[in-house]
Write a protein that binds this ligand. Structure first.
Ligand code: C2E
Ligand code: MG
Ligand code: MG
Ligand code: MG
Length: 277
């Protein structure tokens, strides 16, 4: 009967919700010790200079090899880690590991700037400036080889205090890029206040480049007019690359060139490209 079926579906729904909540809690507590247990690792995606095809930078992207669930992509745990605050501890591990790796590359004669994602929650955390400083000191990495990527949305949550933190970070000599640019609602006045060096144009604009062409050209022009380096994310096709070149975009990253690679594979990629002077 209709009423009974409805009640049944509700019970099922409640059951599923319960499982979801339980799973979230489990994943969250698993993540707490993941770095210590050696389950986290970083992959690195090359960032190309469009003018000459050189690779002088790579973005560090987090991966979690869960003992029973297998490989979990960041899209499935970063949001959870932010809500619970575990991202602060995980983010510190990411910073340490990426700086250590970049310092090794520099020592091996292949200086490659490493770009590290910093989430909104980390930006709000009073320990961030010290955490970054520690990562630089421990690794001995030249700060010029470190870029922090912060999303436009994270910056705009509390623009005033974000600007202050960015100024403190910039004093170390590192660089800052605005990530996923174009997806938030930045006030141009604020954009100018942030001591940033680059804009990463979100891949949703690049993916639908046919419909989005006027948008992409506006975003590239905006970056250029602010004196910022422009970087296109998610370049998958040759014609997207050609268009970005025409528009004067500075750098690009995407499957067309390389997926995110484990450290050893990135080293081979750099060697094969022979792009480093
Ligand atoms: P993001 O910072 O915008 O990173 C770019 C994402 O686009 C990466 O996904 C990368 O693998 C993917 N990508 C690169 N080229 C292409 C392409 O040509 N096509 C498509 N479809 N995708 C491409 P990934 O590694 O799954 O990371 C997703 C997001 O998770 C990142 O977006 C970033 O917001 C977050 N994330 C990753 N690692 C970290 C981390 O260490 N800390 C923090 N706080 N967030 C992280
Ligand atoms: Mg990023
Ligand atoms: Mg991005
Ligand atoms: Mg993105």
């Amino acid at each position: 009967e209709a009423k009974g079926a409805g009640r049944n579906r509700y019970a099922e729904f409640r059951h599923e919700m319960h499982i979801a909540a339980h799973e979230r809690l489990e994943l969250e507590s698993d993540l707490r010790g993941a770095a210590r247990r050696g389950e986290l690792f970083l992959v690195y995606q090359p960032i190309l200079e469009l003018a000459n095809g050189e690779v002088k930078a790579a973005e560090a992207l987090l991966r979690w090899q869960h003992p029973t669930r297998g490989l979990i992509p960041p899209t499935e745990f970063i949001a959870l880690a932010e809500e619970s605050g575990v991202i602060v501890e995980v983010g510190a591990w990411v910073l340490d590991t990426a700086c250590e790796q970049a310092a090794q590359w520099a020592q091996a004669g292949m200086p490659t700037r490493v770009s590290v994602n910093v989430s909104a929650r980390q930006l709000d955390d009073p320990t961030l400036v010290n955490t970054v400083h520690q990562a630089l000191v421990r690794s001995g990495l030249d700060p010029d080889l470190l870029t922090l990527e912060i999303t436009e949305t994270a910056l705009m949550r509390d623009a005033e205090s974000a600007a202050q933190v960015l100024h403190e970070l910039r004093r170390f000599g590192l660089r800052i890029a605005i990530d996923d640019f174009g997806t938030g609602y930045s006030s141009l006045a604020y954009l100018q206040q942030f001591p940033v060096t680059a804009l990463k144009i979100d891949r949703t604009f690049i993916a639908a480049s046919e419909q989005n062409d006027p948008l992409i050209s506006t975003l590239v022009a905006l970056g250029r007019s602010l004196g910022l380096v422009t970087i296109a994310e998610g370049v998958e096709e040759e014609r997207q690359l050609e268009r970005l070149r025409e528009l004067g975009c500075d750098r690009a990253q995407g499957y067309l060139f390389a997926p995110p690679l484990e450290a050893a594979a990135l080293e081979r990629f750099l060697a094969d490209h022979g792009a480093l002077v």
